[in-house]
Design a protein around this ligand. Structure first.
Ligand SMILES: [Zn+2]
Length: 206
């Protein structure tokens, strides 16, 4: 009887071991699949980097976006490459966001840290200029391409003197009051005068 019991437990033990190895096998396969997937992603990143270094920024962008879509977790180096490529594409805001992300992830110890900071600096400067230019362009379009309709009164409050009719110049020895050279005494411009003023073509009366 004892023999049978011993045998029974032996069978149980063997089953357990077999079960474990089965589970381990699945884990092993999953692990290998994960490795293969990462290798594939790294290969795609390398291709993107090569394209970027060749100056093919649009193609590199497509490649990097593929990786972003496929990766469960974004590899930290990719945030740097994507940010760098965005800079070359003239997408400065995007560049700033991703380069900052890299520094966030890697801190000052990242391999690309120095390069990242230099690029961030350039991106920030370029972004300021672009924003400035866009603002000026918006202004030019607004003031030169369109006639402003001033409404039924045909009068507009003068933006130079804010409708006061006088311009106040603050000086060290007190304020100086000057009659506004553009508007009438009530501080109004006619619509024609207003449109000329917007285009920078309204001549002062005195
Ligand atoms: Zn005025």
């Amino acid at each position: 009887m004892i023999k049978y019991v011993a045998f029974f437990f032996l069978v149980l033990a063997i089953q357990q071991v077999l079960g474990q190895t089965q589970e381990e096998k699945i884990k092993q396969i999953e692990f290998e699949q994960e490795l293969a997937r990462n290798a594939e992603l790294n290969r795609m990143i390398d291709q993107g980097v090569n394209l970027m270094n060749d100056g093919q920024y649009e193609e590199a962008n497509i490649k990097f976006k593929e990786v972003l879509k496929a990766a469960k977790v974004v590899p930290s180096d990719l945030t740097y490459y994507f940010g760098k490529n965005s800079f070359y594409l003239g997408k400065y805001k995007q560049s700033i966001d991703w380069l900052n992300k890299y520094i966030e992830l890697k801190g000052t110890k990242g391999v690309h840290y120095e390069d990242c900071v230099t690029l961030l600096d350039k991106s920030n400067q370029a972004y300021l200029i672009v924003r400035d230019k866009e603002r000026k362009e918006a202004q030019t379009v607004l003031s030169s391409s369109y006639e402003i309709d001033c409404g039924p009164t045909g009068k507009v409050v003068c933006p130079v003197c804010s409708g006061n009719g006088v311009i106040i110049q603050r000086g060290a020895f007190g304020d100086i009051y000057k009659t506004c050279p553009y508007s009438d005494e009530q501080g109004y411009l006619t619509c024609d005068e207003y449109n000329l003023l917007l285009k920078g073509e309204l001549k002062p009366k005195f």
